[in-house]
Design a protein around this ligand. Structure first.
Ligand SMILES: C[S@@+](CC[C@H](N)C(=O)[O-])C[C@H]1O[C@@H](n2cnc3c(N)ncnc32)[C@H](O)[C@@H]1O
Length: 207
């Protein structure tokens, strides 16, 4: 972790962080207003989170990430950009969703470039299992969207099939979706494109 990330964690986590606790989040109290809320899962270094939150000031964003340097990096961006619509939880998102996110409380869920676990014997570690997708679908309000992007074609196909099999969700496109304009290109995407991987967006709506 860089000294700047460490400093950001120490100084800014108390201000913009929500500690993990098995208690539903009171979003209006946390953000000081009532606005559509988007959960971002595994934000990495937070470049995308900060860019999207800056471009969409009317929406509130909750980033969940386990990697401490990434959390420090996002907090630093939040402070530098003066963002008031971002909160961060440093914890395993599966536990956060189960314990802290009330049913039908989200307008969106973003999962950008989840760890692909490319080796077949590691596929079981992939985050977007049918069970977790169902839990996410339950947290979306009607009309809210689950948006996943990946540059791993076999994971993209698996995600499309998994979301397609979830009865609470419906696909907005015939298959993969065009990249929604709010999602900027990330370094993973640029790398993927350089490796010759296509990038797939999957956008499903809560019925
Ligand atoms: C491949 S990176 C992508 C980062 C970022 N979304 C981007 O597009 O640059 C995947 C991220 O998901 C995080 N992650 C993986 N499993 C997680 C979990 N169970 N809870 C929270 N974060 C997780 C990892 O720490 C990592 O930062």
């Amino acid at each position: 972790m860089s000294p700047a990330q460490r400093r950001a964690l120490d100084l800014l986590l108390p201000r913009f962080g929500i500690p993990f606790a098995p208690v539903p989040i009171d979003f209006e109290r946390e953000y000081g207003r009532r606005a559509p809320r988007v959960l971002e899962i595994g934000f990495g270094m937070g470049e995308t989170t900060a860019a999207v939150a800056l471009a969409r000031p009317a929406d509130d964003f909750l980033g969940v990430e386990v990697h401490a340097p990434g959390v420090g990096s996002l907090l630093k961006r939040v402070a530098e950009l003066g963002l008031t619509n971002v909160r961060v939880i440093r914890h395993d998102v599966v536990e956060v969703v189960a314990a802290m996110i009330p049913p039908a409380s989200l307008a969106g869920v973003h999962v950008f470039f989840p760890d692909p676990w490319p080796k077949k014997r590691h596929h079981k570690r992939r985050l977007l299992t049918p069970g977790f997708v169902h839990e996410l679908a339950l947290r979306l309000a009607a009309g809210g969207c689950l948006h996943v992007a990946t540059d791993w074609e076999d994971y993209a196909q698996e995600i499309l099939a998994t979301l397609g099999a979830e009865p609470l969700l419906e696909n907005l496109a015939p298959g993969f979706a065009p990249r929604p304009d709010y999602r900027p290109l990330t370094k993973f995407e640029t790398r993927g494109l350089m490796l010759g991987h296509g990038v797939r967006d999957v956008v499903f709506r809560r019925r």
